[in-house]
Design a protein around this ligand. Structure first.
Ligand SMILES: Cc1cc2nc3c(=O)[nH]c(=O)nc-3n(C[C@H](O)[C@H](O)[C@H](O)COP(=O)(O)OP(=O)(O)OC[C@H]3O[C@@H](n4cnc5c(N)ncnc54)[C@H](O)[C@@H]3O)c2cc1C
Length: 467
């Protein structure tokens, strides 16, 4: 039977209805392809999930996106979501970092840096020497810690970067690859010879391409939280969404693929011309196959993703203590605390708490202290309240508590990540029409996943419609 004669249930089977799978499905449906999205869970969204309780709005996974790329606006425009977007409040510019048990505002300008007590005089002088530091050899594989210490000094690493990495990756800088985890930072040195020089010169190029640097990009969400985005994508008629469909087997089927799903009603089969796997790296061992996927499976199994627990505390009245006038705070490892940091959720976006109240979202665990994420609810609550009492002087009991555990929260792009991704490309090359994507490839943020999904849809489209 030729490829032309073979009949498939659908052009594209997308496995996994997280933001990667849903966005790719959206683009493919708009290109006119038949798309089925199969999701193991009974809800779509994967890591993204918003609930309401007692008048509070609770984000269980990601809290915000950065307005870095025009492709985000294009997607929101297509989904009719532009008017639902909310930008972070003006006061959210204040970001705090803990040093010596006190919150210090992260300096956002050179004069603020000079005044700041976050870094010592010596640490500040070391920053000034950055333009004199030589470039690393082109083939150097450095950790983020090695890169930052070499270019910006130990104190900046300990008090700025370490805390930042806990906030973004729930990671630690001596395990992440600078080239893979922070490609834009790495490129500043590679391309311009230094971080400060690159930040200045790169601005002009970004302006031309409509891109925005992460450090200056505005932060946003939607009035009803990030679930709004998932719901809009899931409600689209172009792609058929099948919830409660866990992929258990993937096999070749003529020129395409056959997929077997476990559902509440028993086994369901689907044939597709192409398959986009958009499940997390740790989901692959549960999928059986006679296809030669060993190389990809071994690579994906090597990607570490630590557990993280989210502890949400809601207060009907603003509790006595810190003014909560900012984005929140992050804690460097050297401060020896048990929480990673806290978002001042009700200061960040409107309507996250009843009028006059407050909402705090704290993260525990990560690569730094994975064992803490697995504690009982009672212990997690106690340790969060202890650290918030110390750092924010908030001792009032919360009116609402929500705890969400992520067993494998965020994939860590460590040294060697590039080689693991090359192995995925080789697997894809051996299996035309099979694509392996997700937040382990091309960036972990929701914005990165959305941007990648555009590229993925273009690749799939080119495969389905060869010139
Ligand atoms: C606690 C936390 C906080 C975060 N904070 C932020 C933030 O503030 N900003 C930001 O930009 N990013 C943040 N991130 C990162 C970001 O949310 C994720 O990287 C991104 O949402 C991942 O999307 P994805 O579609 O690739 O994967 P996922 O969201 O993991 O989706 C994969 C889907 O595949 C499904 N699946 C798995 N196995 C199967 C199977 N066999 N068959 C069918 N379906 C299957 C899963 O059920 C899931 O729905 C955070 C992540 C976490 C966990």
């Amino acid at each position: 039977m030729t490829a032309q004669q073979q009949v498939f249930d659908t052009d594209v089977a997308v496995v996994g209805a997280g933001i990667t799978g849903l966005t790719a499905a959206h683009h493919l449906a708009r290109q006119g392809f038949g798309v089925v999205v199969a999701e193991a869970d009974t809800r779509a969204g994967g890591a993204i999930g918003t609930t309401r309780a007692g008048g509070f709005l609770i984000e269980h996974g990601p809290n915000s996106l950065l307005d870095t790329n025009p492709s985000l606006h294009q997607l929101f425009g297509e989904l009719g979501l532009a008017e639902h977007m909310v930008y972070a409040s003006y006061q959210a510019r204040n970001r705090y970092i803990v040093r010596d048990n006190r919150l210090h505002a992260l300096p956002m300008s050179p004069p603020a840096l000079i005044r700041s007590r976050l870094l010592s005089r010596r640490g500040k002088l070391r920053l000034l020497a950055e333009p004199l530091v030589r470039r690393a050899p082109a083939d150097a594989e450095e950790t983020l810690a090695e890169f930052v210490e070499r270019r910006l000094g130990r104190e900046f690493l300990d008090y700025a970067i370490d805390a930042f990495v806990a906030g973004v990756y729930a990671g630690v800088p001596h395990r992440l690859s600078v080239r893979d985890a922070f490609p834009k930072l790495h490129r500043l040195e590679e391309r311009y010879g230094g971080v400060f020089k690159g930040a200045i010169l790169g601005r002009r190029e970004r302006r031309r391409s409509g891109q925005q640097a992460k450090q200056s990009a505005r932060m946003f969400s939607f009035r009803e939280g990030l679930q709004t985005l998932v719901d809009a994508l899931a409600a689209e008629r172009g792609a058929a969404l099948r919830l409660g469909h866990r992929l258990t087997r993937l096999e070749r089927h003529g020129s395409g693929y056959r997929l077997e799903f476990a559902t509440a009603g028993g086994r369901q089969d689907l044939s597709a011309r192409v398959v986009l796997m958009a499940i997390p790296a740790h989901g692959y061992p549960q999928v059986q196959s006679e296809l030669d996927l060993d190389q990809a499976r071994q690579s994906l199994a090597r990607i570490e993703a630590p557990p993280v627990s989210m502890v949400f505390l809601g207060y009907r009245q603003q509790p006595a203590g810190h003014a909560l006038d900012g984005f929140g705070f992050l804690i460097p490892t050297c401060e020896h605390r048990r929480i990673l940091g806290t978002l001042f959720s009700s200061s960040l976006f409107p309507d996250r708490a009843p009028a006059g109240g407050a909402a705090l979202t704290t993260f525990v665990g990560g690569m730094r202290q994975p064992e803490l994420a697995g504690q009982s609810d009672e212990d997690l609550l106690a340790l969060v309240r202890h650290d918030l009492a110390d750092l924010l002087q908030i001792t009032a009991p919360p009116d609402e508590v929500v705890i969400r555990r992520w067993q494998r929260a965020i994939p860590q792009y460590q040294i060697g990540h590039r080689a693991l991704m090359a192995a995925l490309e080789q697997t894809e090359a051996r299996h035309p029409g099979l694509f392996l994507h997700g937040n382990f490839r091309g960036g972990i943020s929701v914005g990165d996943c959305i941007e990648q999904s555009g590229h993925i849809a273009a690749r799939l489209g080119a495969h389905l419609r060869p010139t």
